[in-house]
Design a binder for this molecule. Sequence first.
Ligand SMILES: [Fe+2]
Length: 442
Amino acid sequence: MSRADRRGMCVSGASDKAVDRFEEALADLLRGTGDPLAGIAAAIADSPAFAMAHALEAYVLLSGLDAGDAGRAGEIVETLRAAACTDREKLHAAAIAAYAAGDLDDAAERLEDVLIEHPRDVLALRQAHLLDLCRGDARSLRDRVARFRYAWAPGLAGYHAVLAMHALGLEECGDLAQAEDLGHEALALEPRDGWAHHAVAHVLEAAGRHEEGIAWTRDAEAARAEDSVLAVHNWWHGALHHLALDQVSEAVAIFDERIRTGGTGGRADLVDASALLWRLALRGVDLGQRWSALAEAWAPSVCDGWYAHSDAHAMMAFVGAGRWDLADQILATMRRRTERGGSNRAMTRDVGLPLARALYAFGRRDHTAAVALLRTLRPLAPRLGGSHVQRDVIDLTLLEAARRDGQMGLLRALAHERLAAKPETALARRYLDAAAGARYAA
Ligand SMILES: [Fe+2]
């Protein structure tokens, strides 16, 4: 007997009680709070043939962008195929199979097929949105939500998440005012929506409103949710606001108190840790033992080659710690990755591997090579995935490599570019002064 979920879509193999558990788990996933896997386990224990509960479990695993979890998600595909009765459930099985095999582009297309027929499938929209984010596809981050928002209205379960997704997409496309409005509208509906809070944090960074950004990442209700999957990332955004204001010791304190010790220890938290330490190192901060602990945390994934964006951040830790053994290993992993299929092949070939080589060269003080590699990959940088502010580490590294290599003409040009984009920060002016021959003090 089939039932309907809270957005009116048929679900196969579920009791009423199992649908309730599924909805609770989905609500956790959409807010980024709690433990969705616990709710899913309860739903499956009650109704083992509940296809969408199996799909939800697979998506939760895949969202971590971790090779081991992707393998576990792949093992769910056969169970899901056997349980899937509706066309929608079968399309989800196809999307998960592609996703688990590393074909992120095909997975996004299958999810788009779901949404064309079922625009209220908020799980499909969220997963496609995350794929757009991890592939650096800003237009789809905005326009995929725009294509399907027509079917939504206040009062539908999950509406806040649709607004939050649209807010981030608008921000990544530069429409900051509308993005901020939608982020706040989402939070008015669901104050614990960590993704809506995150979208506003992005707006404040992009707008150069750093004092507000610091308050936002410290005080908002969603930011204080310690069980949020975005907890560490929220603090990372806060640290970036401090750095924009040259409040370096505050950024280091956030690393020590919130990032090094916080979070799940999952891949996304390690990325944030690397991204912050690398920015601090570019400013000449002595990071002591912080790098070596982070390199140890990255070491188990050195042979995965699952996602170029993660691999590049692992390289930052290996270079920072002086772990050239691991740095050489991950370069070899990434080279092998360019010989296999899947979406990550092109991501690695076009951006991930050149960036990892540039970071390696920078760490070896071969700044000439680092500059050459970074200049070549910069036009293709969105293919690395992530957000604009995450990929800003490429521009920051290029500026510092140009300065250390004495390429003052290039440094002057890059500093003017940054000054135009971020006129509120002192960093661009310092680089401009350095290009003019002034003594540089980070
Ligand atoms: Fe972010």
